[in-house]
Design a protein around this ligand. Structure first.
Ligand SMILES: Cc1cc2nc3c(=O)[nH]c(=O)nc-3n(C[C@H](O)[C@H](O)[C@H](O)COP(=O)(O)OP(=O)(O)OC[C@H]3O[C@@H](n4cnc5c(N)ncnc54)[C@H](O)[C@@H]3O)c2cc1C
Length: 83
């Protein structure tokens, strides 16, 4: 956190859930922006590309966590658990 740009970080899936080294999502843990590893990092800097990552993946993470909490209110703290 607090970096201008970061090309490495925590591995996430399509819902922004942080992946365990064994390949499963860690329940309730999401990452976005510079905290996450993004596969779209290329050799060319695209203006706005860094801030939009945080916005996009933050939105994806928040939406997924809210959906999980709504579907399983008794297990809201476990939002993000692997299906
Ligand atoms: C001078 C400059 C110009 C830039 N210009 C552009 C640009 O034009 N376009 C573009 O796309 N990108 C630009 N960037 C890059 C962009 O700003 C960052 O990539 C982006 O802000 C990263 O967002 P983030 O949410 O991942 O991290 P951050 O914006 O760094 O947010 C991390 C947050 O976590 C907080 N935090 C840190 N540690 C803790 C802790 N232990 N507990 C609680 N909170 C904590 C920090 O205070 C901070 O608020 C620029 C960066 C810099 C430095």
């Amino acid at each position: 956190m607090g970096l201008g740009a970061n090309a490495t970080g925590l591995k996430i899936d399509e819902h922004a859930r942080v992946q365990h080294v064994r390949g499963r999502a860690i329940p309730g843990l999401y990452a976005a922006g510079n905290a996450a590893a993004h596969t779209d990092v290329g050799p060319v800097y695209i203006s706005g590309g860094l801030m939009s990552r945080g916005l996009l993946w933050g939105y994806i993470a928040g939406r997924h966590a809210a959906e999980r909490a709504h579907a399983e209110p008794a297990n809201a703290e476990a939002a993000g658990a692997a299906e």
